[in-house]
Ligand binder design. Structure first.
Ligand SMILES: [Zn+2]
Length: 233
């Protein structure tokens, strides 16, 4: 009696299962997931670009500090120019002046290059943000389509769910628990008949003596291979 209700329940549940599968494998879900994946990827790109931009900004600050320090050195050197005595000292002074001038020019070049990099990076970030905006719109549309399909499918499943409800009271909660455990592993049918050759009606593997003993004792055993519930009438 209990098995009969369980099998009846399974027949109805199989329809629900097929509808769930249709939703799970739908283009609507695939499309929504695809857009979501693209959005996440774009976020990763932004994180990478932002970290590079931060590095360049830090570099610019360091270069500018160095530039100011050396410019001060140049000023100091300039103020010493009145005290130069003799040719040798003048030569040294000229050499030092030219060195500092060269360093400052190089620093200027580095600062310009770092700023150019920064501009390029911030341009790339704003383009990525624009892409994200588009992806957000795309995702909203894809999600809406998926939600609509889900509503339709739930509606289609409703008559089966309604018929399944009264059958529950005839089914042992423990059996139902075992049934649901297999079903949650996306296996349908859960209950399969014991075959004439002594195997599982789901995966066809022959059952061990131990399993056959359980089958004789309680009418149901678990297939060690596929996990389905094997029943014998
Ligand atoms: Zn099996």
């Amino acid at each position: 009696m209990e098995l009969k209700s369980m099998l009846e329940y399974q027949e109805l549940d199989r329809q629900v299962f097929m509808l769930e599968k249709k939703l799970r494998e739908s283009d609507e879900l695939k499309n929504a997931n695809k857009v979501l994946a693209a959005f996440k990827q774009s976020q990763d790109v932004i994180v990478g670009l932002s970290s590079k931009a931060q590095q360049r900004m830090d570099a610019v600050v360091r270069l500018e500090e160095k530039y100011r320090r050396i410019a001060r050195e140049l000023e100091e050197l300039d103020s010493e120019s009145d005290n130069i005595e003799g040719v040798k000292e003048a030569e040294f002074y000229e050499k030092r002046l030219s060195e500092i001038g060269k360093t400052l020019k190089e620093l200027e070049k580095d600062i310009i290059a770092a700023n150019d990099d920064l501009k390029r990076l911030s341009g790339a970030i704003s383009r990525e943000l624009q892409d994200q905006q588009q992806l957000k719109t795309q995702y909203a549309a894809a999600k809406k389509k998926y939600d609509n399909l889900k509503i339709t499918i739930l509606k289609d499943a409703q008559p089966f769910v309604k018929q399944m409800e009264p059958l529950k009271k005839d089914i042992d909660p423990k059996l139902m628990e075992r049934y649901l455990r297999v079903r949650n592993n996306k296996k349908m049918p859960v209950l399969v008949p014991y075959t004439a050759s002594g195997g599982c009606g789901g995966c066809m593997m022959e059952l061990s003596e131990n399993e056959k003993g359980k089958l004789t004792a309680s009418g149901i055993c678990e297939c060690p291979n596929c996990g389905r519930l094997v029943y014998k009438v």
